[in-house]
Design a protein around this ligand. Structure first.
Ligand SMILES: [Zn+2]
Ligand SMILES: [Zn+2]
Length: 138
């Protein structure tokens, strides 16, 4: 908790209980969560908290580079706390999103592709995850 407070201070983001709750929830879950899931997870702590508020907090966090938005599932955006850039896998069967441990290609290492500077990257991979493949083979 204390750690999260100083995290906000360092980034000069005004601390509100709602912002802290969103941040801590993402940190605790350590998953790719929709705004709706975050809202459901913290709404009992705040009287009158709306989904719109959660959205605007996520927008702010995105601008400040605190969270990443993942649009791998076209139906709904997911959010996670920003960490090292990584790729994602989306399983069409169980709808889960996984982080991929993908070794960077030569462009990423150079930070340049066809003369253009790479600042961010994110690959989306679609298919059937290993858990669902086990079930399919039964
Ligand atoms: Zn699956
Ligand atoms: Zn991720």
């Amino acid at each position: 908790m204390q750690e999260s407070v100083s995290f906000f201070k360092e980034r000069k983001i005004k601390l509100t209980p709602q912002r802290l709750a969103v941040y801590n929830f993402l940190k605790k879950k350590n998953e790719h969560l929709t705004a709706e899931e975050i809202f459901q997870g913290i709404r009992n702590k705040f009287l009158g908290l709306s989904l719109a508020t959660v959205y605007s907090i996520l927008e702010l966090f995105k601008r400040e580079g605190l969270v990443e938005e993942i649009r791998i599932n076209f139906d709904k955006s997911c959010f996670e706390l920003a960490k090292l850039p990584h790729h994602h896998f989306f399983c069409k069967k169980c709808k889960k999103i996984f982080d991929l441990d993908f070794s960077p290609c030569e462009y990423i290492k150079k930070g340049e592709i066809e003369g253009n500077t790479i600042e961010k990257f994110q690959g989306y991979f679609y298919g059937v995850c290993k858990e669902c493949r086990k079930i399919e083979r039964r």
